[in-house]
Design a protein around this ligand. Structure first.
Ligand code: SAH
Length: 263
């Protein structure tokens, strides 16, 4: 019986943002494969002595799969550490399909995505009552083309929160697309480099018109989350529509209204 290959979300960088479940799996892992340039090596430190630990940064997808299959024939628990959450831009399915074909059981443990870590770093909320109630996780087309209907211009027309992965070297495209979609040049844009990485996180705030220049000046060319949202900077707004959930006049499952709704 082969062991199980666990795809574990390692979180955005801070080793303490690994889930408890991820840590328990690492502690009993016979083999761990992590992406050295993206996953903080400290996360792998939970692995027990004698555990086979390898860095996948120089491996092809085929080599990664071959490694996981070989280790699953030797160990009950094999962990593939994925950056952030495995369901976002992580080649999860490309790895799972050949494991399925080889008859190796797989399971996934979610992780804290870098999008959430970027919001946390900057004390921002992706949703605000009466401002936007939707978030789009996307990217601009690099070598991976965007499917029909998903160009950034089309998505940006919703004017909701946009979290852009894998796009920091393509800020000119972001700027162009958002302007074409009607966002003003002074719309706030946030870039967080290495969100949550102890001592390495950097936050750059700017506008659609100047964020590219600010990132260039800060030397940020990789591992960065771009956030464009009408909610940015709300911490400092003088007026804010209050969430109904905490409105004293609003009754919900856990609390009765103390004043008539709307009072
Ligand atoms: N599955 C990952 C995303 C992998 S794609 C997740 O859920 O976060 C890699 C992209 O994620 C990078 O190009 C960058 O846009 C973003 N990213 C990953 N880690 C990051 C971090 N610590 N800070 C900011 N962006 C990060």
């Amino acid at each position: 019986m082969p062991g199980t290959v666990w795809f574990v979300g390692a979180g955005p960088g801070d080793p303490e943002l690994l889930t408890l479940k991820g840590r328990v799996l690492l502690e009993r892992a016979g083999a761990v494969l992590y992406a050295g340039s993206l996953v903080n090596a400290a996360v792998a430190c939970w692995a027990p002595p004698g555990c086979t630990i390898a860095d996948s940064k120089d491996m092809t997808l085929a080599q990664i799969v071959a490694w996981l299959i070989a280790q699953a024939s030797r160990h009950d628990t094999v962990v593939r550490l994925q950056t952030g959450d495995p369901a976002l831009y992580g080649t999860l399915i490309e790895m799972v399909q050949p494991l399925d074909r080889a008859g190796i059981p797989v399971a996934v443990v979610p992780g804290v995505s870098s999008a959430m870590a970027a919001a946390a770093a900057a004390v921002e909320s992706f949703t605000l009552p009466e401002v936007t109630q939707s978030v789009i996780f996307t990217r601009v087309a690099g070598r991976t083309p965007m499917p029909a209907g998903e160009s950034l211009v089309e998505l940006a027309r919703h004017r909701c929160t946009l979290c852009l992965f894998l796009s920091i070297t393509l800020l000119h495209q972001v700027e162009q697309a958002l302007q074409e979609a009607g966002w003003p040049a002074e719309a706030p844009v946030l870039v967080v480099h290495k969100a949550s990485w102890p001592g390495e996180e950097r936050i750059v705030r700017g506008t659609l018109a100047d964020i590219k220049q600010r990132c260039r000046a800060a030397g940020i060319v990789s591992q960065a989350m771009i956030i464009a949202s009408p909610t940015l900077g709300a911490r400092h707004w003088a007026t804010l529509a209050k969430s109904k959930l905490y409105d004293a006049g609003y009754t919900h499952r856990f609390r009765r209204a103390s004043t008539p709704s709307g009072a």
